[in-house]
Design a protein around this ligand. Structure first.
Ligand SMILES: Cc1cc2nc3c(=O)[nH]c(=O)nc-3n(C[C@H](O)[C@H](O)[C@H](O)COP(=O)(O)OP(=O)(O)OC[C@H]3O[C@@H](n4cnc5c(N)ncnc54)[C@H](O)[C@@H]3O)c2cc1C
Length: 469
């Protein structure tokens, strides 16, 4: 199959999918203003001939076909580095297809339990790759009372479960929450949210279904109103993507699309495989945004004549430390990569978890330095409409003057970006995303405790304490 064009992608979304937003059931999302930005963002990644990106977006598969690089299974450092580069130039609507990297990374372990599931994983991966489709990472269950297991909840559907096993497939019921880009991709790739025990076999379920499958509906939410002007909202007007409650109301899944149906020993393996790729994406994004924060901090400082002020310099040094620690962590994770039995290369698990943890745990206080440097204008800067009104605009230009060579309009653009990125629509979203997307802080702590070489550290401590071992 040839690669899709942006237009092919947009048309493919008008397939009868059931989608709600702001109380409206939307018949054709491709014509609805709410979806304009998310669809345009994702469509942009289908521009394979964009000279700016060279061959970054495409690669040759082992069968000699062309495919989007999001599907390339890295087999060496160069391919892993290309993937990281791609992720920093790709919308989240495309990046979520990393869910197939997660599935392919555990395929060998799945094969050891049930070779048919492993074949299904491989076939679905090739089907989506060769048809240039996108898949969402559909993991997080509503989970009800967190103290109780899946089968102990008041409502048995609070975790996605198998309600019927048939000769030709399974029927599933439940919901997955917060699913990024669910309405603007093609396949919902479902995995268990965590490990399951022997009495939770119906909840150990993984599969993939097209978004327009009977019984699937998506309720969307997003931080940005449909139309935001570019001047006042330089980030939100371009970067919004809906998250959705994805409901499975007795959805039939044929066996050839099932990756797990009851084998509880595989549930945590599938759940954890995605964590790594989600966190890698989060760290790649954090490397980009932290460098941007340094640039913004330096700009406001210079524009206000504070560049030689030691307090300002100290704040900028804090922002640089944060940015550089993230950059070095990502670099380390890629250099010290790991490899699956079948030769897939993936970033160092401990390093990615430590990096994602560092990013999330320090994000809020790091943003504080940027706010401290910028002053109250972060919140009170008048809007573009007031700037363009000749009467109010004249006062704005007069009173936002700082020194020669600082253009007021440029100064406003810098402030608008700081506000939008850190203290308004996109910024509010990012404040929570930094913590929760890819799992909360405890999820990374759990992984670090599990995989750090504690024995070595203990031996070192014993030797240092003079204890013979
Ligand atoms: C913008 C956004 C996009 C997202 N995109 C996706 C996506 O594409 N796909 C997807 O599957 N998920 C997605 N998520 C979900 C995200 O992974 C979860 O929000 C995150 O894992 C936390 O789960 P939760 O929201 O259910 O909150 P909770 O489970 O309530 O967790 C909140 C905190 O409580 C802790 N906690 C949970 N249970 C217990 C317990 N029993 N005892 C003590 N502490 C506990 C958690 O570790 C966490 O720190 C997204 C989330 C956001 C905000």
């Amino acid at each position: 199959m040839p690669l899709k064009s942006p237009q092919d992608y947009v048309q493919s979304l008008n397939d009868g999918r059931v989608t709600y937003w702001d109380g409206e059931k939307i018949a054709d999302i491709t014509k609805h203003p709410r979806f304009r930005v998310p669809i345009a963002l994702t469509a942009n990644d289908y521009k394979y001939d964009d000279p700016e990106f060279g061959d970054l977006r495409r690669y040759k598969t082992e069968d000699g076909g062309d495919a989007h690089r999001i599907y390339q299974i890295p087999r060496n450092t160069e391919e892993l580095n290309k993937r990281v580069e791609l992720l920093s130039h790709t919308s989240i609507g495309t990046a979520v297809s990393s869910v197939f990297m997660a599935l392919m990374s555990v395929k060998d372990q799945v094969a050891a339990v049930n070779p048919q599931y492993a074949e299904n994983i491989e076939r679905m991966y090739r089907y989506c790759r060769d048809n240039d489709l996108r898949g969402a990472e559909v993991i997080t269950d509503p989970k009800g009372d967190r103290k109780r297991r899946a089968h102990e909840q008041d409502d048995p559907d609070l975790y996605v479960r198998i309600v019927e096993r048939r000769k030709d497939g399974i029927v599933v019921r439940g919901a997955k929450l917060h699913i990024t880009a669910a309405s603007v991709i093609h396949e919902l790739v479902v995995m268990p949210t965590k490990g399951m025990r022997q009495d939770e076999t119906d909840y150990a379920v993984s599969f993939s279904v097209p978004v327009n499958t009977k019984g699937v509906s998506i309720i969307n939410r997003n931080f940005a109103p449909a139309e935001l002007n570019e001047f006042d909202y330089p980030a939100s007007s371009h970067h919004s993507m809906p998250e959705g409650f994805v409901v499975f109301d007795d959805v039939f899944v044929p066996w050839d699309r099932v990756f797990l149906a009851g084998e509880v020993q595989l549930a945590s393996k599938l759940a954890q495989s995605l964590g790594l790729w989600e966190r890698t994406g989060g760290v790649v994004g954090a490397v980009e945004s932290s460098e941007l924060f340094v640039g913004l901090a330096q700009l406001v400082t210079e524009m206000q004549g504070k560049e030689s002020d030691p307090v300002a310099q100290a704040s900028i040094a804090e922002l640089i430390t944060y940015a550089q620690m993230l950059k070095m962590s990502l670099d380390y994770a890629c250099r010290h990569y790991e490899r699956t039995e079948s030769g897939m290369v993936f970033p160092n698990t401990l390093a990615i978890n430590a990096a994602k943890y560092y990013y999330a745990a320090n994000y809020h206080q790091t943003v504080k330095y940027l706010h401290d440097l910028s002053g109250g204008l972060v919140l009170t800067l008048p809007s573009e409409a007031d700037l363009r009104n000749p009467e109010s605009g004249k006062y704005i230009r007069k009173y936002l003057h700082t020194k020669p060579n600082v253009d007021v309009e440029q100064r406003m653009r810098v402030y608008n970006l700081i506000r939008d990125l850190t203290a308004d629509a996109y910024g509010g979203w990012h404040f929570v995303v930094a913590l929760q997307a890819g799992g909360g802080l405890p999820a990374q702590r759990f992984m670090m405790n599990r995989i750090y070489d504690i024995r070595r550290a203990k031996e070192k401590a014993l030797r240092a304490a003079g204890v013979r071992i």
